[in-house]
Design a protein around this ligand. Sequence first.
Ligand SMILES: *[C@@H]1O[C@H](CO)[C@@H](O)[C@H](O)[C@H]1NC(C)=O
Ligand SMILES: *[C@@H]1O[C@H](CO)[C@@H](O)[C@H](O)[C@H]1NC(C)=O
Ligand SMILES: *[C@@H]1O[C@H](CO)[C@@H](O)[C@H](O)[C@H]1NC(C)=O
Length: 341
Amino acid sequence: MNTAVHSNVAILVLVVLFAADPAAAWRPWPQNANRMNVSDYAFGDSKKYEGSSEFVKLRYHMGPVLTTNITVHTIWYGRWERNQKKIIREFINSISAVNSPRPSVAAWWRTVQLYTDQTGANISKSVRLGQEKNDRFYSHGKSLTRLSIQSVIKSAITARTKPLPINPRSGLYLLLTADDVYVQDFCTSVCGFHYFTFPSLVGYTLPYAWVGNSEKLCPGQCAYPFAVPAYIPNMKPFKSPNGDVGVDGMISVIGHEMAELATNPLANAWYAGQDPTFPVEIADLCEGIYGTGGGGSYTGQVLDAHDGATYNMNGIRRKYLVQWVWSHVLNYCTGPNALDH
Ligand SMILES: *[C@@H]1O[C@H](CO)[C@@H](O)[C@H](O)[C@H]1NC(C)=O
Ligand SMILES: *[C@@H]1O[C@H](CO)[C@@H](O)[C@H](O)[C@H]1NC(C)=O
Ligand SMILES: *[C@@H]1O[C@H](CO)[C@@H](O)[C@H](O)[C@H]1NC(C)=O
């Protein structure tokens, strides 16, 4: 990677694909309010496609992918409640769980496992929680930039007590920011992103993902459809499956970033588009699609829990709503609750 790639704009973001993307990727970003006709938001009125294969040229660019057992090292930045941590930990533990009821989180990850590296090795089936670090007192403040995020990670791996292990080959560093933390571009164009740390700043090249709790700042964007932005009239938010709008909204973004990080950890493996500094990755292509028929503001066919909550897959003990990912085998977005399974 040359230094140009190290500029701020080079970070792989969970991008606004509204105008450029041929597939149905969608999130209710504020700028969409001006671009879209309000009637387009009516349920069932949106174009129902689960991503079109016609224009998507997802290609492998010969770089490594995460083929060995993945260990997720989590940094809890700011104040987190015990129950919020539980919801997220259990989602990560569910990825490799063998006996969750169908449709399961583990079956969702199977689409990610279909991706391989040059040697034909698949993405690892095994995803484990690693060590955790609490950064309770906001060591780098309540407003982070893309660069200061790397400093947060550096602090976690160099801490005097219980530093996170250094694991460039199979570690996935997951920085989760509390609901009172602003991160550069949060809420206007991203809900999370993934990239890798720079040896010059951190000492190692470590793939990491950041996801923010949007509950206070922009639930209508980043916790959609459990919250709905004011500019979409007459749409009731869905009930979230674990009773925490911010955290339930984060789950899909965490899934999005983990799937992309596993298939494109160093920005030189699986992505579509010409520009490696602005790639379209396997979850970008399916943003906002949670079930068959999904597209635009319509989530697709999802499931109702007995308490009225909306979900599309089961973890070990909990239910989750997680966006689908692109299958390069099928050439469309898919997930465990697809009706053609
Ligand atoms: C909204 O869309 C409808 C039907 O597509 C069209 O008739 C109407 O003029 C549009 N309104 C605006 C403000 O663009
Ligand atoms: C590995 O990837 C290949 C190519 O996509 C696929 O055919 C195969 O089923 C995958 N194996 C596993 C265990 O997912
Ligand atoms: C990977 O994880 C599996 C269980 O999921 C375990 O059996 C295996 O020993 C692990 N491999 C390594 C190299 O740690």
